[in-house]
Structure formats: C-alpha cells, structure tokens
Design a protein around this ligand. Structure first.
Ligand SMILES: Cc1cc2nc3c(=O)[nH]c(=O)nc-3n(C[C@H](O)[C@H](O)[C@H](O)COP(=O)(O)OP(=O)(O)OC[C@H]3O[C@@H](n4cnc5c(N)ncnc54)[C@H](O)[C@@H]3O)c2cc1C
Length: 415
C-alpha cells in the first residue's frame, strides 16, 4: 500500500493529464494510474509502414478555450485544414468555402445546389449572436436537439441534409443530429473563430506534450484499476493505493464499472475509421470531404498527408475514411466503402491498400437533451471525484476543462 499521495487519478487521457497538471502547479502530490501502455486515452497515433494513423480521425480546433490555455501550440507544429469542405453531391464535389468564419462568401457557393438565401442569412445571424455570448450562456441556453434547433431557425431541408448532417454528424458521431443544441452552438461558435488543425506528427502529440510536462514518473502505466472503495484504489494485480482524494478520469464505461460495478455506456457513440495507402492522393488539398447524399457508408473523408506530410512516407498518400457506427461484418463494410470510393474517385481506388481499420465503440458520450454541461456534480462521494469528456462537452476541450475543474475543487478543499 502506498500513502504518499494526496490524490490518485485513474486514467491518463486528457482529463486525467489536465487534472494532474493543475495539481502539479499547486504542489499537491498525486499519481496517475493508467491501464494502457501509454498516456492519451482516445487520442493515440500508431506508426504503420511509415504512415501515422490516428486511432480514429480527430482534429483540434485552435479556438477551443481550454486547449488554448493548456497546450503550447507553437511546439505542436500545428497544420491547418483548409476552411470549409467539399460536399459530394450528384456525381460532383461542390465547394463550401467557410460557412462559419465567412458566411457571406461561403454561401455564394451554397446557393446551388446546397443552400438557399435564407440559409445564408441564418448562418450569418447565428454567427453574430453566438460570437458575442459567453460560453457558459451557450451551454445553459434553452435546449433542443440540434435537428430541432436547425428547423426552428428556418434552415432548409436541403442544407440540413447536404451540409449540417454530414458535417456535425462527423463531430457528434451520429447522423440524426439528436445531440444537444447547446453542443451544436458551442461548436458553431468555436468553428467561427479559429482553424481546424492536426499536429504535424499526429494527434498523440497532444497528450504527449502534457505527459512530458507532468513527468512520466507520475504516471504508472499498464495498471488497471478494478474498484474504488472509500479512499482505497485496487488494481487488477491486487495492489492497493490510498489517498484522501481519488479522481476517476476514465471514459464513462470504465467509470461505471469502477464505481458502481455496472456499464453506463450503452448508448455511447461509436465510429469506424478506415485508412488506405495510395500512390496518388485522390484530392490535392488539405480539406474535409463530406457525403452530401444519404447513400453509402462514408460520412466524411480526408487526406491527412495533404495536411501534414509526416502522415505518409515520401511518394505515398494516406486517405482516412470515417463511417459512423460500427458494423459486425468488417469485410462487407470494406467492400461497401471501396465501392463508394470508386464511384467518387474512379478505378485508381482498386490499387489502394487498406492499412488498418479502427472500430471504436465508446468514441464519444451520447449527449442528447437533457444535458447539464455546467452544473455537473463532480464529487460523487466524499473525496471521490469524476471527470472526463462525459462530464462536459464531449470533446477534447471538454475533457481538459473537466480535469482542471476537479483539480481546482480538490485544491479548494485542501485550503
Ligand atoms: C474517433 C474519435 C474522434 C474524435 N474526434 C474528436 C474531434 O475531432 N475533436 C474533439 O475535440 N474530440 C474528438 N473526440 C473526442 C476526444 O478524443 C475525447 O473527448 C477525449 O479524448 C476524451 O478524453 P478523456 O480523458 O475524457 O477520456 P479518455 O481519453 O477515454 O481517457 C481515459 C483514460 O482512462 C484509462 N482507463 C480506462 N479504464 C481504466 C482503468 N480501469 N484503470 C486505469 N485506467 C483506465 C484509459 O486507458 C484512458 O487512457 C473523438 C474521439 C474519437 C474516439
């Protein structure tokens, strides 16, 4: 048994790391117990045949308020996507320049065949309203599903189906847009102010930067916690740790098992990401491609090696394809994805080599109304705290914020 810590943090995802960083700044001794072989949680990058494969396509929005405080952006060597997207519709790709930052310019391209004049005015109006508002107000506003809000705001069915559904479907990892309108408005505001980026050497650079600051000696890897009773943390190997404060910084599923012996994550959002290697990139730009039609498995795709050349070895390109949900029949899924890719990019696709497929069951927490992004109760029992993206806006920003807030609660209790 080890009693040298004031705080035990379970999980070295962004929430656990952010919690540790705040404690470190306040000289409060802690240890992080992490079940995996490296920090990062859902943000990991694998090196496969010279390619960098993020475990599921993810981006950082530079405007994320918490991320701006926590990360050293300069050192991450961030590489931006082009603003806007290419929308696949009626056998062609249609460019939507930048609906969030420059709605006037963007909607010229949206008029036909994607949006209407009213859509253009609506986007400009929402942007104006949201950019002036404190985030807390957005996160406590009257709540609808995103689909309900879009309809209430008078958007055409065309722009909903051809742009909002694939774009926000890729963020919420669900295509019905049942997710809370508060989260939609939070993302809309965040997109309006900054770039969408990836670190040059993969998304894992984000947790790596925080873990380096913390010092790896504060993180015990390959250590799975099985339960927490009062202030005692027990690991799979039967080791016990004790501290006055215990923070469960895992995903919701693991949190349920550790604290309540049950799985709380049944409805969490799942996603499949397929990576292909090819000699010639099917598009030349660092831009997101959206499926504007309701047919086929693909929701969105991009060529990460167009954004950062480190993602592929010289002379090759990496294609990342996102399919919402997971499928039991992996071969059938790959076949359907290839067939849609061929329809979009022609026979060259036959020569593409599948590098890896990631199926992620608990990619994001389900966050349909009613939500409580602000008034969450993080101390679930005396001295036992919960943090993670499921306690905030399910995003890397939410995870960082939630971890820092729990550390601040502990700091306060020690004063
Ligand atoms: C495919 C995909 C795409 C995404 N896209 C985006 C995006 O574009 N932008 C964005 O902002 N967010 C995105 N997200 C969400 C974002 O990655 C997460 O919100 C964030 O990383 C969650 O961090 P966390 O610390 O809350 O949880 P996690 O990252 O899940 O960390 C929890 C940690 O706890 C550890 N753990 C679990 N059980 C135990 C145990 N019993 N004992 C010890 N340790 C344990 C895990 O190994 C893990 O390291 C995406 C996520 C996925 C999967």
């Amino acid at each position: 048994m080890n009693r040298d810590y004031q705080v035990i943090i379970v999980g070295a995802g962004l929430a656990g790391l952010a919690c540790g960083l705040h404690l470190q700044k306040k000289n409060i001794p802690f240890i992080i117990l992490e079940s995996s072989d490296a920090p990062g949680g859902r943000i990991r990058t694998d090196k496969v045949d010279g390619f960098l494969l993020d475990r599921g396509f993810q981006i950082l929005l530079t405007e994320y308020p918490e991320a701006r405080k926590v990360f050293d952006y300069e050192k991450l060597d961030l590489k931006p996507f082009s603003p806007g997207a290419l929308v696949r519709l009626g056998k062609k790709f249609h460019r939507v320049t930048d609906p969030f930052r420059e709605p006037d310019k963007a909607l010229e391209t949206l008029f036909a065949p994607i949006g209407t004049l009213t859509d253009k005015m609506n986007i400009a109006k929402i942007r104006l309203t949201l950019t002036g508002q404190p985030i807390e107000k957005i996160l406590t506003a009257t709540e609808y599903t995103t689909m309900e809000l879009l309809k209430l705001q008078g958007f055409s069915q065309s722009i909903i189906d051809k742009f909002f559904r694939p774009f926000f479907g890729g963020i919420f990892l669900e295509s019905k847009l049942e997710t809370s309108s508060r989260k939609f408005e939070f993302f809309f505001r965040t997109f309006s102010g900054g770039d969408n980026v990836i670190p040059a050497k993969g998304m894992q650079e984000l947790p790596n930067q925080l873990a380096e600051k913390l010092g790896l000696s504060n993180i015990k890897l390959n250590t799975r916690v099985t339960n927490v009773t009062n202030q005692t943390v027990t690991t799979e190997d039967g080791e016990t740790y004790e501290a006055p404060h215990v923070v469960i910084a895992t995903d919701r599923r693991a949190m349920g098992k550790i604290l309540y012996g049950t799985d709380l994550s049944e409805d969490d959002r799942s996603v499949t990401c397929l990576y292909f290697a090819c000699d010639t990139a099917p598009i030349k730009e660092p831009i997101l491609v959206l499926n504007g039609e309701k047919t086929g498995p693909i929701n969105n795709l991009c060529v990460p090696s167009n954004v950062s050349s480190d993602y592929a070895p010289p002379g090759q390109a990496l294609v990342s394809v996102t399919v919402l949900g997971t499928r039991k029949d992996h071969n059938a899924l790959e076949k359907a994805v290839r067939s849609q890719l061929e329809e979009w990019f022609g026979r060259d696709v036959k020569g593409w080599r599948r590098l890896r497929t990631y199926r992620i069951d608990n990619a994001l927490p389900k966050q349909n109304p009613p939500t409580s992004f602000v008034e969450n109760k993080n101390e679930v029992r005396p001295g036992i705290y919960v943090c993670g993206d499921h306690m905030s806006t399910g995003s890397l920003n939410g995870a960082l914020q939630s971890g820092r807030e729990v550390a601040a609660m502990i700091e306060k209790s020690l004063l």
